[in-house]
Write a protein that binds this ligand. Structure first.
Ligand code: UD1
Length: 375
């Protein structure tokens, strides 16, 4: 009997859970071929940022918890590496899977590749071309050291080719975050979050902000002032990320009309988004989730690593300056019809395609290919 392929996934932050959960589920459906080990770095550790997602998405308890906590970029990256290395030596996986672009992603990829273990990167090839974003640095470097690059966006292959990555390492599998949305859609709708928060469907705005370039600068106060103004026109609901909550404590602006909420679980948050008239955000993942749901999204950034969300027609880049927030109601009214259908592979089956690639990639010695050993 062919030995099973041992896959080890590393997650660390809130958006990682939605990207990895369907892959874990797909691997569990094929127990004869695969075994799976889950490692949680603990970059996010509050129940509301971590535990609730593991529970709602049915991932279960990680086999290893590295409990790295908060800290500077160097501290987080280095601590993941130090604590993950003995886990990889003990478990000896055939491949390490990492999702997205957070510090835990890059740290895990570096640790694995230096032990000669192939890395698979879920959500490879996204580029904002803005190296001042820590996530962009994480993306570029993770892609460079990965053997299998799983992409969900057509331009990803061009970005990877331009960085010298051979086409045979690139696998257009689709969007695993959308897999999670498809798998939980009925539960999202059944959560009835608008009703639970006393909001009328189709007549409120959801806000999320968490990027340091915005929330750790004076710009946060300007954004909050703009939101207070906007809240005269339509209800504004704002689940607040812990980083933003800390920054708001230091700020002089008080919000009276904007409805502040604690961070929400996955089902409740997407239920709120599903019923919203629009979303204002600086998040990456929410640009894609609103595209899938057909909800207008206004992104408070100068660039996006997800240009497809703009070309499909749901996402509008408002730019980093808060001055344009006042335009949001008029922009929603004037919104154009969606110019294209959903992107290829945003269909709920991306994780199955990843698992198929893993099954095909093994050779007769049960080895997965490494970009760093001669063929
Ligand atoms: C991280 C990612 C970012 C991602 C975001 C999703 C990096 C470089 N950044 O940003 O790409 O979009 O997660 O949420 O990896 N905190 C808590 N409880 C927690 C976690 C964090 O209170 O469970 C607070 C701490 O004060 C911490 C701060 O939030 O210092 C920032 O957390 P950190 O993990 O450094 O980065 P995020 O801003 O969450």
């Amino acid at each position: 009997m062919t030995p099973r392929i041992k896959v080890l996934s590393v997650v660390g932050t809130r958006p990682n859970f939605m990207k990895t959960a369907p892959v874990v589920a797909a691997l569990r459906e094929r127990p004869v071929e695969f075994e799976h080990v889950l490692v949680h770095t603990g970059q996010h550790y509050d129940d509301a940022m971590s535990e609730v997602f593991l529970q709602e998405l049915g991932v279960g308890r990680p086999e290893y918890e590295l409990a790295i906590g908060s800290g500077s970029h160097a501290h987080q990256t280095a601590t993941v590496m130090q604590r993950l290395e003995p886990v990889l030596l003990e478990t000896e996986p055939h491949i390490v899977l990492v999702p997205g672009d957070v510090n835990s992603t890059l740290a895990a990829a570096l640790t694995a590749v230096k032990l000669g273990i192939p890395v698979g990167h879920i959500e490879a090839g996204l580029r904002s071309f803005d190296r001042s974003m820590p996530e962009e640095v994480n993306r570029v470097l993770t892609d460079q050291v990965s053997t299998l690059l799983f992409t969900h966006s057509p331009e990803a292959a061009d970005h990877l080719a331009a960085e010298g990555i051979a086409a045979d390492r690139v696998h257009p599998v689709g969007n695993t975050m959308i897999d999670t949305l498809v798998a939980t859609r009925e539960r999202i709708t059944a959560a009835r979050a608008p009703e639970a928060h006393g909001l009328e469907r189709g007549s409120y705005l959801v806000v999320t902000l968490h990027r340091p370039a915005l929330v750790d600068t004076r710009q946060l106060e300007e954004v909050l002032q703009e939101l207070e103004e906007l809240a005269h026109e339509l209800p504004v609901v704002f689940p607040v990320h812990p980083r933003t909550r800390n920054a708001m404590k230091r700020s002089a602006v008080s919000t009276e009309r904007v409805r502040l909420l604690p961070p929400l679980g996955y089902l409740e948050f997407l239920s709120l988004v599903e019923g919203a008239q629009g979303v204002l955000t600086d998040s990456g993942g929410i640009q894609e989730e609103t595209t899938y749901l057909g909800v207008p999204c206004f992104t408070l950034r100068d660039n996006t690593e997800r240009p497809l969300t703009v070309s499909v027609g749901t996402n509008t880049l408002l730019g980093r300056r808060p001055g344009r927030i006042a335009e949001v109601p008029a922009l929603i009214k004037a919104r154009r019809a969606l110019s294209e259908g959903l992107p290829a592979g945003w269909d709920g089956r991306a994780a199955d395609r990843i698992v198929d690639v893993l099954a095909r990639a093994r050779d007769h010695r049960n080895k997965l290919p490494s970009a760093f050993t001669p063929a």
